[in-house]
Design a protein around this ligand. Structure first.
Ligand code: SAM
Ligand code: FES
Length: 340
């Protein structure tokens, strides 16, 4: 169902004081119609917290000198995948800052090594902005998917969240390049980021409808104590759920995570996210020793749990709302898989 901007604004207005049953039921029905009761599992590996960027909301921005920086070696990353494989995972998400000390060739080598050892798995990269030929090399090395949240589709809002060297137009170009190369692409945004208006949220939906990504990451903004946005309020649970519902209705086949940030602002946030149309969870496979150092925002959950514990906890949560974890690759229903 494609929405006009005015319709999105109307839905936001109607649901601002509290999500209506009608919207929630529509979104849940849409998820079930496409995916049944499956919730896909992706293993998240946060492999570097070095970053050359200085996004104003982000705890690991280069300007934060209090961060204990780390980067995992290829062997450590492969160990995370091996642990994931033992638990039944078939998708690995390699996320990190834009680390200038990991060359594009090294990224290709990491992807190639994972795919050589686990040929049936899907590899997702989430390592920021690159030139098109570099993305192409990542794809040729075997990467299947790429997550790059657009963060906000409004130019001036983008400018208030980012340093002047970064631009929305370049971020969008990257997303279109990734799509054209053949990646399954994920865009997305934070709800309640500083200076965000309802109009901006409606613009995010308009942009998603234009790009038509395979995945959309939506989570609440959560302040980090060592950023200049430390005193801004966190995004609301209700508005995050509203935006998940609208996204599910606008893009019925999209893969939509119930994010860790959502679980951070509410103990049952991820379950509520699934009941509002989300259908992906991303337990953390990073070594426990480095998790505290990948601190994007304060209070992040699951910092000390072994992956096996995370999975059984998530399994119970998902079953409590009538769904089940699905460990298959969980490709977008809108593509033919590269491998098949
Ligand atoms: N460097 C990669 C990139 O730019 O896409 C991936 C890592 S980046 C830390 C992943 C996402 O974390 C960002 O796209 C942003 O939306 C989210 N994030 C960063 N700081 C946050 C905060 N304070 N609250 C909620 N989400 C945050
Ligand atoms: Fe680069 Fe956050 S500023 S990952």
């Amino acid at each position: 169902m494609a929405f006009e901007k005015s319709e999105v604004l109307e839905i936001i207005k109607e649901n601002k004081a509290g999500l209506t049953r009608e919207l929630k039921e529509k979104a849940a029905a849409q998820r079930e119609a496409v995916f049944g009761n499956s919730v896909y599992v992706r293993g998240l590996i946060e492999f570097t917290n070095y970053c050359k960027n200085n996004c104003r909301y982000c705890g690991i921005r280069c300007g934060n000198t209090k961060v204990n920086r780390y980067r995992l070696t290829k062997e450590e990353i492969l160990d995370c995948c091996r642990m994931g494989a033992e638990l039944g995972f078939n998708t690995y998400v390699l996320q990190g800052g834009e680390d200038p000390k990991i060359s594009d060739r090294e990224v290709c080598d990491i992807v190639y090594s994972i795919k050589s050892e686990f040929p049936d798995c899907a590899v997702t990269l989430s390592i920021g902005e690159r030139e098109k030929d570099v993305y192409k090399a990542f794809f040729e090395a075997g990467a299947d998917r790429y997550l790059l949240r657009h963060e906000t589709a409004n130019d001036s809002h983008y400018g208030r969240l980012h340093p002047k060297e970064m631009s929305l137009s370049h971020r969008k170009k990257c997303l279109y390049d990734l799509r054209n190369i053949g990646f399954q692409v994920g865009a997305g945004f934070m709800v309640g980021s500083p200076y965000q208006t309802d109009e901006n949220l409606a613009e995010d939906i308009m942009f998603l409808q234009e790009l038509h990504p395979h995945m959309v990451g939506i989570g609440p903004f959560v302040p980090h104590k060592d950023t200049e946005f430390k005193d801004f309020p966190q995004g609301s649970l209700n508005m995050t759920l509203v935006m998940l519902c609208i996204t599910r209705l606008a893009l019925p086949k999209v893969l939509l995570p119930a994010t860790t940030a959502l679980g951070t602002i509410s103990p049952t946030g991820r379950e509520e996210g699934i009941l509002c149309g989300a259908n992906v969870v991303m337990p953390n496979l990073s070594p426990i020793g480095v998790r505290h150092d990948y601190s994007l925002y304060d209070g992040k959950i699951c910092m000390g749990d072994e992956a096996a514990e995370c999975i059984s906890c998530l399994g119970r949560r998902v079953e409590s709302i009538g769904c089940k974890l699905d460990f298959s690759r969980g490709d977008s229903p809108e593509i033919k898989t590269k491998k098949a």
